[in-house]
Design a protein around this ligand. Structure first.
Ligand code: ATP
Ligand code: MG
Length: 211
């Protein structure tokens, strides 16, 4: 340990070095304590919401991670109906990844609330099978938030199925405007902020970036 007189004789660089060391040592103690405290293992519910780009791609990033660890994954894509995405082409052909596109298109395309509800219910049945089967380590419910915010599905039933799922199963829910009850139930919530998006400058959706 350097005493006060030694410190006064140090060059500005050496002083800086010293203070950095002290700060980092303090930080390490705090981080090590936090790591030691976080010793629970359980299946997580993650909600990735907000207006910015990066919600679904974040979920698919976790699919890649989980596949790398040999986990079994189920993906349910609600609302959207396109089956030409890069993520489906890539992950859908992986042996450990089951991929379902369960949407009919956006509400402003279908313009039919009762058919949207019927489609949502059919999709939710597929999701429920995964959420009651412990062999799925990770379940992605892409764009599920809309089915709750538009009241297409019974909110309590969905929240109940999510909370009663197998103990070690991870679930990621994506989509804008996640309802408060879902955020509350979640272990991790990320709100992706829209600062800028190329689309607003008239640039169309780009292959490999947007789909
Ligand atoms: P991504 O799938 O790229 O991670 P996302 O899941 O965050 O996007 P969605 O609301 O599902 O966002 O929209 C998907 C499509 O809309 C993508 O093509 C994405 O680039 C585009 N998009 C996302 N956010 C915005 C935005 N703020 N303005 C315009 N387009 C957006
Ligand atoms: Mg999305």
């Amino acid at each position: 340990m350097i005493d006060k007189t030694d410190l006064l004789n140090l060059s500005p660089e050496a002083k800086r070095e010293h203070y950095h060391k002290v700060r980092m040592a303090r930080k390490k103690t705090q981080i090590d304590a936090a790591i030691a405290r976080a010793d629970t293992e359980k299946g997580l519910l993650l909600v990735i919401t907000g207006n910015g780009k990066g919600k679904s791609t974040s979920a698919f990033g976790m699919v890649g991670r989980a596949l790398g660890h040999g986990k079994k994954i189920g993906v349910c894509q609600f609302i959207k109906s396109r089956t030409d995405t890069g993520e489906e082409a890539f992950f859908g052909q992986q042996e450990n990844c089951e991929w379902h596109v369960l949407g009919d298109g956006f509400t402003w395309d279908t313009q039919d609330r009762s058919s949207d509800i019927a489609t949502s219910e059919r999709g939710w049945q597929v999701a429920t099978k995964m959420l009651t089967d412990p062999s799925y380590d990770l379940v992605i419910l892409d764009e599920l938030t809309y089915l709750l915010s538009y009241d297409y599905l019974d909110k309590d039933a969905v929240l109940n199925t999510l909370s009663e799922r197998p103990e070690m199963q991870h679930v990621v829910v994506t989509g804008r405007s996640a309802i408060a009850e879902l955020r509350e139930l979640a272990d991790t919530v990320s709100d992706v902020k829209d600062e800028k998006h190329a689309y607003k400058s008239g640039i169309k959706a780009q292959k490999g970036i947007d789909f």
